[in-house]
Design a protein around this ligand. Structure first.
Ligand code: HEC
Length: 111
């Protein structure tokens, strides 16, 4: 009887230790996954550079950058403005489907 109780308590304690160890391993892994530099800052500046280059070669001949920024930035709902501009560019032409995203994102971010 006493042995059974001791064994059950021992089992419970070792189970708890395993859970703590797993939790710790998970927490440590989470810590190492986080890079020193926030990734979206790096990628957003890469998108902006690509978008600027594309805007200059595809759109600048007919459109002023500031005017285009106003179209996507000053809208009451920026998410909707982005979608609308992407849809507009699909018919407007002058750029490919892969180029549309970087161009619109460049216009939304900007200086
Ligand atoms: C050859 C000239 C030309 C080029 C190049 C061009 N556009 Fe246009 N764009 C126009 C003209 C003309 C209009 C006005 C008539 C219309 O709505 O189609 C216009 C209208 C627009 C509008 C709507 C204007 C507004 O105030 O809502 C947007 C947005 C736009 N263009 C974005 C772009 C983007 C982004 C590019 C580059 C991928 C581009 N355009 C390239 C001639 C051009």
């Amino acid at each position: 009887m006493r042995h059974a109780v001791v064994r059950r308590v021992a089992l419970g304690v070792s189970g708890l230790l395993v859970s703590v160890a797993l939790l710790f391993a998970w927490a440590v892994r989470l810590g190492t996954d986080t890079p020193a530099q926030p990734p979206d800052r790096l990628s957003s500046s890469a998108v902006a550079d690509e978008g600027r280059r594309l805007f200059e070669s595809r759109c600048r001949s007919c459109h002023d950058e500031a005017d285009m920024r106003r179209v996507v930035r000053d809208a009451p709902d920026p998410g909707a403005a982005r979608r609308e501009m992407l849809a507009f560019l699909e018919h407007h032409g002058h750029c490919s489907s892969e180029e549309r995203g970087p161009i619109v994102d460049f216009l939304r971010q900007g200086p």
